[in-house]
Design a binder for this molecule. Structure first.
Ligand code: GAL
Length: 827
């Protein structure tokens, strides 16, 4: 058969590799990301003959909103960026005559928002929900031969449609696929492991066969299973005949001495499904990655992974990638997850929508547990133009599709049917009935995982029948109620689905320590105490989790800062509707344990001290308090060691014992009847300020195991560049993240520097983004310059596709010695 890839004028590396090992007529699936044209604005651009020659040419994934500019006319709640409005994407391609009679499908991993897809001027389908993937059979709309086909996609984003930055555009990958009429259906395999022992795993493979041909098809389905080393560990073949549109075949296989998927050893098996015709020729080929593992939840022991009790050390994550916006990037996601793992995280909640496939693939690979969440809203609106408008027509297909797409991922250990759904308050049973219906849908699609939701009201959903419908009861922000819930409902399995919501700006400290609602600087102190009325410091959650060991752990709000929802600035709480521009220019969140660029805030280390076993110490604040000589500075130490000792310019200021010595912190939030906590999770010292060196040393069993020093810096004199990776692939996608640190003449980090740094990028690379983690900065993410924030900025570069050699980067700033770094490109 002709090589369709070359006709498509797309890069088809994966296709070519696959094609070589397949019989000529098996499935072909190619990236459809290249050579799109894009324009914003209301217009009628669906027709094949529409002239798009002056539109911008680009490669997907693409997020038009991240390009900016920021403007007061946009809602700070959604990032102060142009997420609203209409946008069009068009692409021309040819389809060879040899594809006639086959099934040609186009697949969007997601399209933000309200997509309409046209092929040669004909509407093929609409899909409002921006987070869901979908595929259309476009065979009948195509012209085969050397004439051009045009696919056009219209997207419309309304103002006040979400509570955070959604991004805008074809922000996930697009694929084109050609199959024979009889094939494995879209998301057509479901692989379960109903029985698992050390000795043997029973693998049940349900394969849906789609059949678009006339008459009866007779053939066979063969499924082979390979381990990570490529060894074939099982194989099963079944003859079948079908004349139906879709038919499910169930096969059973056994894997001897199975290697489990685990957080420590996330081993996956690969199943290869082959559909053969009566002559034994392969006419379809489909790959599914899966894991062998057991999950179990009990009221007494909580969550058991492969029989081992496991607490959720979880983070909620929105889908954006900070300065890179919402356009999905594998490396950016991998880096985010690696930073989370370094904090001690073992679980991700995909708040509050189906995530990208890349995120799930990475969680499988990196051994992270996932709560896969479907909705932030049902029928009752949270914001004016939310998903509730589409609820009646779309919730069922959206929920079913999320599960069909995701159910082979071993990382997913629960489905969530919603976050803080307002129906939870219904006293007439309607909310509970709807919850039951959604739980039933989940079970119909997957009977192997429990269903949960995040409840924030108290006590209504616990008493009105709503919580009863859930397998796992997620509680948002009510740690002081855990004991009451467990006592009243001893059979319920409960965890903190959203916790803390503490806010802070990286590297910013306000003295004296006080709990305020807002600060005139439009920043928030990093003494890790501030939060809106429903929020509380991390220590409070640690405390109540410890008091209630049956609680299965927590998912903090949030791991990363995200674009939009700049609480405490703008709107006061989630029910503040309309525009959140009251404290402009603040436009992105303060909730993250790391900032928008992935630089850890102090809270990162507080969680690390609780969640990680690797010996660590951390000390705050910075040590640049010019003019405050002799005044007392509160110093906090976070550690997982037995003891920590603080030294100022070499003099010991005393050892403190973790868990015994406490720090009194101010606490004020709903349902907590004291105004403080004597926290055993942080150590503290009152230190009269003198410039120099502040060192914290951690001891285990009396031995020093960890130390960290902060130093008083002089005036900014230069820039230090540190790349996370100095060799990257020249594929136009891979990224190097370069930390830009302003330093004094001795190379000491300047913790308050805000110098503007200019970047010159030469050789085979281009700028992907810049950032600094300042939620109030209106600087562009796309220009080769950035002010430092608390001494740091981030530069992200990518290689030009096919380039080789080096990317040479120079960073300079007024009054600063310039600095250079090179990144090598690999082909
Ligand atoms: C929760 C909500 C999150 C976020 C958070 C901020 O109530 O579920 O999406 O808004 O508050 O604290």
């Amino acid at each position: 058969m002709n090589n369709i890839g070359t006709f498509l004028k797309t890069t088809v590396v994966a296709f070519l590799a696959l094609g070589a090992v397949l019989a000529a007529s098996a499935r072909e699936r190619v990236s459809f990301n290249d050579s799109w044209r894009f324009a914003k604005g209301d217009q009628q651009a669906s027709g094949a003959s529409f002239d798009d020659r002056d539109w911008r040419e680009l490669r997907l994934p693409h997020d038009w909103a991240i390009e900016g500019p920021y403007d007061f006319k946009y809602n700070a709640r959604t990032g102060g960026l142009p997420v609203v409005g209409e946008g069009w994407y068009r692409k021309s391609f040819q389809m060879p005559k040899s594809a006639k009679g086959k099934v040609v499908s186009i697949e969007f991993d997601g399209a933000m928002y309200g997509s309409e897809v046209y092929v040669n001027g004909k509407l093929v389908g609409k899909r409002p929900y921006g987070y869901i993937g979908f595929q259309y059979d476009i065979s009948k709309y195509l012209i085969y031969g050397d004439k051009e086909n045009v696919v056009a996609v219209r997207l419309v984003l309304e103002d006040l449609a979400t509570r955070w930055y959604s991004g805008a555009g074809l922000y996930r990958n697009v694929w084109l696929q050609v199959t024979e009429p009889t094939r494995v259906a879209h998301w057509g395999t479901f692989i379960k492991t109903p029985e698992v022992s050390d000795h043997e795993a029973t693998v049940e493979i349900d394969t849906r066969i789609a059949h678009a041909g006339r008459g009866t098809f007779k053939g066979s389905l063969e499924t082979e299973i390979f381990d990570a080393d490529g060894r074939r560990v099982a194989s099963v073949s079944s003859d079948f005949a079908t004349s139906e549109d879709e038919k499910t075949l169930t096969q059973l296989a056994k894997i001897r001495n199975p290697r489990r998927w685990d957080t420590e050893d996330p081993h996956r098996y690969r199943a290869i499904s082959r559909v053969r015709n009566a002559k034994g020729q392969t006419i379809d080929f489909y790959e599914t990655m899966f894991g062998v593992r057991t999950i179990e939840y009990t009221a007494e022991q909580g969550f058991l992974l492969n029989g081992k009790q496991t607490k959720f050390k979880g983070v909620c994550l929105h889908h954006d990638q900070g300065p890179l916006g919402a356009a999905v990037n594998y490396r950016a996601k991998e880096r985010q997850l690696q930073i989370m793992k370094d904090m001690g995280v073992n679980a991700i909640r995909t708040s509050h929508n189906p995530p990208s496939i890349e995120l799930l693939e990475l969680c499988d690979k990196m051994g992270l547990l996932v709560q896969d969440e479907s909705f932030d809203v049902w029928k009752i609106a949270k914001v004016e133009n939310g998903y509730n408008k589409f609820w009646d027509e779309w919730h069922e297909p959206d929920l079913r599709d999320m599960i069909k797409r995701d159910r082979n991922h071993p990382s997913i250990v629960m489905w969530s049917i919603g976050n803080e759904i307002l129906e939870q308050r219904n006293t007439n049973g309607e909310g509970a009935a709807l919850a039951r219906r959604l739980v039933d849908i989940c079970k119909e699609e997957d009977d192997t995982r429990p269903v949960t939701a995040g409840l924030n009201h108290y006590p209504q959903p616990h008493d009105n029948g709503f919580a009863e419908e859930l397998d796992l009861v997620g509680i948002n922000y009510k740690p002081s109620m855990y004991a009451e819930v467990l006592e009243k409902y001893p059979d319920r399995i409960v965890y903190g689905s959203e916790t803390s919501s503490c806010v802070s700006s990286r590297g910013v400290y306000h003295l004296p320590i006080e709990k305020y609602e807002k600060h005139e600087s439009l920043q928030v102190t990093s003494y890790d105490l501030i939060g809106p009325v429903w929020a509380y410091p991390p220590d409070i959650e640690f405390h109540f989790q410890e008091q209630n060991p049956r609680i299965m752990g927590e998912f903090i709000w949030t791991g990363f800062d995200y674009l939009g929802e700049p609480t405490p600035y703008g709107g006061r709480d989630n029910s503040t509707n309309g525009h959140w521009n009251g404290d402009w220019p603040v436009h992105s969140s303060f909730f993250g344990a790391v900032d928008l660029c992935g630089f850890p805030k102090d809270r990162f280390f507080l969680y690390q001290s609780q969640w990680s076993d690797k010996p660590m110490v951390h000390v705050l604040p910075h040590w640049n308090w010019e003019g405050m000589e002799g005044e007392t500075i509160p110093v906090y130490g976070y550690t997982n060691c037995d003891e920590a000792e603080l030294f100022l310019n070499g003099r010991s200021l005393g050892r403190k014992v973790k868990g015994v010595d406490t720090t009194r912190i101010i606490v004020k939030f709903k349902r907590y009847d004291s105004d403080h906590l004597d926290s055993k999770y942080r150590l503290s010292w009152e230190v009269p300020y003198e410039p120099g060196e502040l060192t914290i040393v951690g001891y285990k069993a009396g031995q020093e195991v960890s130390r960290k020093t902060v130093r008083t810096a002089g005036k900014p004199a230069g820039v230090r560049l540190t790349a996370d990776r100095s060799v990257i692939a020249a594929d136009g996608k891979d990224l190097s993240f370069i930390t830009v640190q302003v330093v004094d003449e001795n190379g000491i980090a300047c913790p308050t520097a805000d110098n503007e740094i200019h970047f010159d990028i030469q050789g085979g690379g281009v700028l992907a983004a810049v950032g600094n983690g300042n939620p109030a900065s209106l600087e562009s993410f796309r220009l080769p310059k950035r002010k430092a924030f608390s001494g740091k900025a981030l530069l992200v570069v990518r290689g030009k596709p096919g380039a080789s050699g080096l990317i040479d980067i120079t960073a300079s700033g007024e009054g600063l010695d310039s600095s250079r770094i090179s990144i090598s490109l690999e082909n």
